[in-house]
Design a protein around this ligand. Sequence first.
Ligand code: SAH
Length: 257
Amino acid sequence: MSNENKTIYEFDFNFICEYFASVERQGPGSPETTIKALSFIDNLTNESRIADLGCGTGGQTMVLAQNAPGQVTGLDLFPDFVHIFNRNAGQLGLQNRVKGIVGSMDNLPFGKESLNLIWSEGAIYNIGFERGLNEWKQYLKKGGYIAVSEASWFTDERPDEINDFWMENYPRIDTIPNKVAQMQQAGYVPVATFIIPENCWTEHFYAPCHKAQEEFLKKYPGNQTAEELIAGQRREERLYHAYKDFYGYVFYIGKKQ
Ligand code: SAH
């Protein structure tokens, strides 16, 4: 990559981070959904080790920590998100149990068989569902759990427009039974699967984004990168409203055998 391209890339990258850092969640979900997923997991104690991979600014991590015992490490690639994460943990008085660290989910800094629970909401797609399940398993203790939310098809067939969108953006999207089979093949017992409700997208993700989008465009008037970023976000939201019967996020919870 030439230096010129690198500068442009970093410029875009900073924009993306700034925009997403301004909203509480970086993907669809809700406190109720996090708590529901947690209800399928047992045997956690004060000694438990929990990792939240691709934690973003930690909306779901704080809910997790407030509803489960143990030490929680949030890991994200973007230092700005981790900075906000640690600030949030401190504001909630959770700093002794909850720590955000910068790292990549394809090279985890945890010991083998050291974790009781791996959590990841709307983030495993960054390395792919199957690869994440297979690679992360080594860090879980026997009998430990994994809980991830992942984009999934609800039907075997769907309109071209939404099919094309996902093929361009995340071709590994698959149906729920296929994802469950992948989880079992990776060596987990599929404990539970549920579709996250619509309000996780509308009320908890898109609504706060609307305000952030307007403020972002006001801050960078006429800036092409900012305008393209927001136009892309708005397109995704339009597609969601048009095709929500065909896809969504699904929580998959598995237990390592
Ligand atoms: N779990 C959060 C954020 C989801 S958005 C929520 O539900 O709100 C996806 C997150 O994955 C972003 O915060 C992004 O910075 C992070 N990410 C992307 N690639 C990553 C990688 N290789 N390793 C760790 N985190 C990554």
